[in-house]
Structure formats: structure tokens, C-alpha cells
Design a protein around this ligand. Structure first.
Ligand code: HSE
Length: 431
């Protein structure tokens, strides 16, 4: 059968309209690459009158009827959110259509059920665009690195927060001022909660960890802290020790003292050395740094959002699932065979940078050091700046369970000799 493969497009916002346009503009090349033409057979939207550029005979408000139509081969979901996207994707998979999605929230919440539906129907579910926009990272994890053992992924996977933190570092602005600028320039949404509080990055971290460690990880498993508490002082303290502040999505394999392996997945702001490849990822760009036993260190960098960059990832998936249709074979879905436990944040090893305003008197440093020792936290470096009433101690710890570090900070706040804890941030990548 050599007729066109028929595509249903769910959603026609910034990404959907770019997908539609590129599908039309590149139809000849795509047909050659796939081995059969691809034709958009319907576009489901809520308000057809808002889409005058889409041929009226393609538009429908009945997305369910569209995805279950007998002539549809492939479904592209770019609606976002949990419902109706979940019901529509399940209906599409159950009726034998392969699905391409850009929906990180849904994949991070219900990836296991969606993959099971795809496997049962013998069809594909691909979602490269869900993590880091245009950057190819899921296919490399699923395929190119499938023969290696991954130990760690550290990603800057949210462009809005990276833009805000970059501006704070460049201008000395506080969080509120940098957010206002990001909103004015259109980098931040009117309601920036999903980006600023780390929900968007946590969903992406769950997807990365699931693929990297062959273990189901959902967004609820991810420890999440956003950037609204990052201060101009944190950013300047970072610069003083040759670091920069980034919102990191960290997925790592941790071996406990009992020898058992688990995965730790977390999103939080952290200081990283300016020599680390991720430190030079500025503005709204994204990057994912991967450490694998045989491959060593790899870095994937590019545009993490925007209509055309995201559409590029969607179309790459569309070509892959269309080729599978042509050859009559579904690709292998991700495996969860390792099924490692997810390590609680309290037990996850981290390092802290702490800045304290203290009284400059004999015995203060010893008392502060004693508090770290009592919580089993080893100090890596101590630096004092200022004297007399303006003395500041800057301490970087060695790695310790996160609960021990946070308990140390709570105890320091209660010490009479400590006038104030002026900056606390985790540190990643310091030797
Ligand atoms: N809002 C995201 C960002 C892009 O700021 O990077 C979509 O996940």
C-alpha cells in the first residue's frame, strides 16, 4: 500500500502550527525519507475560528472522533496538560495509531500506563519534544546509549529559569526584578509557577531518569525546589568561589552503604563551577550533561522551547514512527526492568555552600565547626571575609546526606554567635 500515511494533529498553538507548516513545506523530503507521503487529515482545536490559516475542512472540535477514525495512522498530540490529552492518547493507542507527543506533564505522570497501551496495541509512543525542546536527548538515551551504563544526568531543562538566573548573574538583579524582565520579554509566562517553582523541570527529570535507569520514575518521585528563594547574595557568593547558580535537574544512580542501588532524582538551584560545561549555558538555552561508564561525559545543547525548535523534535519522531508503519514494525518501547528504588532526598548525598554573618571572636569558628561535626558533616573549605562586626564565614562542605546538611543549617540559625545565615545553596561538580 503506497497511499499517504494520514496524520491527526491534536492542538494547533505555537508548536502545532509550526508542525503543520513544516509538514506542508517539507512534504517532498519527508515522503522520500519515510518511503510514503504523509498527509494531515485533521486538526482538532477548541475554537476553529481562531485558526483562519488552517484549511476549514481539516478543522474539527471532536478530537476523539478524529483520533479513532479508521483512516488515521499517526496522531500528534501538542495540546499539553493531563486531560483531555491522556484520554485522547489512550484512545488513539488502543485503536492502533502510533502517537507522537510533546507532553512532559502527562508522560511524567502516567508514562507507564501509556507505554503499556502502546505495547499492547503494537504501536509506537515517542515524545522527544517533551524534554529540552529541539535537543535530541531521549532517543540517545533509549537507543544510542542503550549498550552503556548511565551513572548521572545533570540538565538545565527549563529556559525561563535559566534566563532569570543568567540575568541575575549578569546584572546583580534580585529574583523579582529578573522575573519581571523575563515576563516583559515573553520568556516567562503570565503565571510563571510551573517554570519558577520547578514543576516543568521535575517532569522532565522524571522522564530522563526513567529512560536512563530503566526504572519507572514519576514526577511525584522527584524532589523539587524552585528558584524564587535564590537571592542576589547567593549569586554573588557563587561568583566569589568561581561558581554560577543554575536550576539543575539531577538524576543519578546511588549505591548505598549496603551495596544496594537506587536512583535519586531532584530539581533544585545549585552552584556549579564556571569551568563546568553547563555553566556556559546562558539565556533561555537548555543543555543535558550525561555521564556513562563507557562513553564518559557527553553534553547535548540547544533550544529548549519555541514553536519551530519543538516542532523539529516532533517531526523527527513523526518520521521515526512513520518509517515503522511503512516497515510494519513498532519500535521497542522503554524498559523498566531495573525497577530501582527511588532514594528519598533526605538520604541523597549532596554538598552545601553556607555563608554566615558571625561575631569575630575567639572560639566562634570552633563552635560553628563543632555544629557541622555533630551532624556528621565534614567541612571542605572555610573562608573568612571582613572583621569585627562585619565578619562573614563561607563554608563549603563535603558530601553528606541532605537531611544532615539541612539539620546543620537549622542548628546554625539558633547559635548566638551566628548573626545570620545569609546564603545556603547546594554545590554540584566541585572537586
Ligand atoms: N516553559 C519551558 C521553559 C519550555 O521555560 O523551558 C517548555 O517546557
Amino acid at each position: 500500500m503506497n497511499g499517504p500515511l494520514k496524520v491527526a494533529l491534536l492542538g494547533c498553538g505555537t508548536v502545532g502550527s509550526a508542525v503543520l507548516r513544516l509538514l506542508q513545506e517539507q512534504s517532498g523530503d519527508l515522503a522520500a525519507r519515510i518511503g510514503r507521503p504523509v498527509e494531515v487529515a485533521g486538526v482538532a482545536v477548541r475554537r476553529p475560528q481562531h485558526h483562519p490559516d488552517v484549511p476549514a475542512d481539516l478543522l474539527t472540535t471532536d478530537a476523539h472522533a478524529l483520533v479513532t477514525r479508521d483512516d488515521i495512522d499517526l496522531v500528534v498530540e501538542v495540546i499539553g496538560g493531563i486531560e483531555p490529552a491522556r484520554s485522547l492518547m489512550l484512545a488513539a493507542l488502543e485503536s492502533g495509531k502510533s502517537v507522537v507527543s510533546a507532553n512532559k506533564a502527562l508522560l511524567a505522570e502516567d508514562g507507564v500506563a501509556l507505554h503499556a497501551a502502546a505495547a499492547k496495541a503494537g504501536v509506537d509512543l515517542y515524545y522527544e519534544a517533551a524534554v529540552a525542546g529541539a535537543i535530541p536527548i531521549l532517543r540517545p538515551l533509549r537507543e544510542s546509549l542503550a549498550g552503556d551504563q548511565l551513572s548521572r544526568i545533570v540538565g538545565i531543562v527549563n529556559g525561563t529559569t535559566n534566563y532569570i538566573l543568567s540575568r541575575m548573574a549578569e546584572t546583580g538583579a534580585g529574583f523579582g526584578e529578573a522575573l519581571a524582565e523575563a515576563t516583559d520579554l515573553g520568556y516567562a509566562e503570565a503565571d510563571p509557577t510551573a517554570d519558577v517553582d520547578g514543576f516543568d523541570a521535575a517532569a522532565k527529570a522524571a522522564i530522563l531518569a526513567s529512560l536512563a535507569f530503566h526504572t519507572p520514575v514519576s514526577a511525584a518521585d522527584v524532589h523539587r525546589e524552585g528558584i524564587s528563594t535564590v537571592t542576589a547574595t547567593d549569586v554573588s557568593r557563587a561568583a566569589e568561589i568561581g561558581c554560577t547558580v543554575k536550576l539543575l535537574a539531577i538524576c543519578e544512580r546511588v549505591t548505598g552503604e549496603d551495596g544496594n542501588e537506587s536512583v535519586a532524582v531532584r530539581v533544585h538551584p545549585a552552584m556549579i563551577p564556571t569551568s563546568h560545561p553547563l555553566a556556559s549555558v546562558g539565556g533561555a538555552f537548555n543543555a543535558v550533561f550525561v555521564e556513562a561508564e563507557a562513553a564518559g561525559q557527553l553534553m547535548f545543547y540547544g533550544q529548549g522551547a519555541g514553536g519551530e525548535p519543538t516542532a523539529s523534535a516532533v517531526l523527527g519522531d513523526l518520521v521515526a514512527v512513520a518509517r515503522n508503519r511503512v516497515t510494519g514494525a513498532a519500535g521497542q518501547g522503554p524498559s523498566g526492568y531495573a525497577d530501582l528504588a527511588v532514594r528519598p532526598m533526605d538520604e541523597t548525598p549532596t554538598r552545601y555552600h553556607v555563608s554566615l554573618d558571625v561575631a569575630d571572636k575567639p572560639g566562634v569558628l570552633a563552635a560553628v565547626a563543632q555544629e557541622f561535626a555533630q551532624h556528621g558533616v565534614s567541612i571542605s573549605t572555610v573562608r573568612q571575609t571582613g572583621r569585627g562586626d562585619a565578619a562573614t564565614l563561607v563554608i563549603v562542605t563535603h558530601s553528606a546526606p541532605d537531611a544532615a546538611l539541612s539539620a546543620t543549617i537549622a542548628a546554625l540559625r539558633e547559635m548566638p554567635a551566628v548573626r545570620g545565615v545569609t546564603s545556603v545553596l547546594r554545590v554540584e561538580g566541585l572537586s
